[in-house]
Write a protein that binds this ligand. Sequence first.
Ligand SMILES: Cc1cc2nc3c(=O)[nH]c(=O)nc-3n(C[C@H](O)[C@H](O)[C@H](O)COP(=O)(O)OP(=O)(O)OC[C@H]3O[C@@H](n4cnc5c(N)ncnc54)[C@H](O)[C@@H]3O)c2cc1C
Length: 422
Amino acid sequence: MDDGKRKGKAVVVGGSIAGISCAHALIKAGWEVVVIEKSSGPPTGSPTGAGLGLDPLSQKLIESWLGHPNLLHTSTLPLSIDQNQSTDGENNMSQTLTRDENYNFRAAHWSDLHSLLYNALLPTDIFLWGHLYLTFCIGNDKSKVRVKSQVLATGEIVEIVGDLLIAADGCLSSIRRNFLPELKLRYSGYIAYRGVLDFSDDEHSEAITGIRRAYPELGKCLYFNLACRTHSVLFELLKKKFNWIWYVNQPEPRLQGNSVTMKVSSEMIKKMHEDAEKVWDSEFVRIIKETKEPFVNVIYDCDPLQQLVWDNVVLVGEAAHPITPHGSRSTNMAILDAAVLGKCLDKWGVENLRLALGEFQTIRLPVISEQVLHSRKMGQIKQGLVLPNGKAFDPKMVSPEECLDLQMKNMPFFGEIPSILE
Ligand SMILES: Cc1cc2nc3c(=O)[nH]c(=O)nc-3n(C[C@H](O)[C@H](O)[C@H](O)COP(=O)(O)OP(=O)(O)OC[C@H]3O[C@@H](n4cnc5c(N)ncnc54)[C@H](O)[C@@H]3O)c2cc1C
């Protein structure tokens, strides 16, 4: 886009899904972009991250950024069914509670999605890997923002000046802390054991044939298993992988460093395996046991923020809306934040940055606020925690009407496309 208008320049802090999506959306809007990321380099096919679900709108947006209509499709598997079932591990039985055959998501591995988006960025040298963001300051006339980062390999301090600072630095955002120093994340009451089992070496093993027998729609179904005060998730990823998650109620653990993801000691793994045998069917337990390097996500969210924009600083992704994972929202919200931001900047131009950011906030704030609270409620229901009405969900005692609450399609604004994107 070159219509003689001044090109805006954005400094994006954080190069995960929110940051890289912003890079695409802003470049499309004719902006210059620099991304500051503390990790030393892009994931190189390593087993970074795990599985995530992409909704139809995210799929469309990603396709528009990749410029290849089939690339996303061939890098993901369908998740066309959303199924909740109650599980009785003792008797190795399960019973379907709800089934939605129009789910229309696709399953991606985090590192595959990241690589797709990264490799489609031109030029990729807009990414400053191994740069730790330190501080920012806004000029007196509020037209420019100066961002300082440190090159981790050399210790050198670098300053970049832009029109806009985009905080895509995750749920523990240090940029957000400048504006909301008192804000604390809310511990959900549970952690998630997670893992990806790579069975490419042995797809005919007993464990794999067993799990396919017990869960015959792997490859297109998002399975939720509900037991007493706990639940688990299972779906298949491309390249012969199964993604599983098991949520366990417990007191808040102490975080290791500045991350909500934790490594699991061999003692914890042993205990997890023993506990799994008491709750889940034998096929699922086997998948858990055969997974190398499971990890833990400590589950947090945060009451919805009142604003996302301060002068020429805007929060996106998890920095703007830490959320529990029960509605498969986080990645989808990050992608939509980026797309809406790009459109607002394109519509108003850098000369009217305040109006652009104001419109972004007006579009996104009501949506993300409701989605964060709904996702919180879904987690409380599925974990059998006491709900505001004083009751706790029990999959063995539930009525058919109550079961309907479990479906992903009940998420507020599910399937809605903001008019600015149409
Ligand atoms: C390595 C990794 C793997 C993940 N795997 C999965 C997964 O498998 N499934 C899933 O559903 N979600 C996963 N997530 C989370 C998922 O990407 C996010 O929840 C969601 O997409 C929103 O992303 P985000 O970009 O807002 O935040 P995040 O993904 O948390 O990214 C924040 C980014 O900011 C960078 N950052 C933070 N502080 C600084 C600083 N001071 N200087 C420079 N950079 C900084 C971090 O290194 C990180 O790359 C993963 C995230 C990461 C970082």
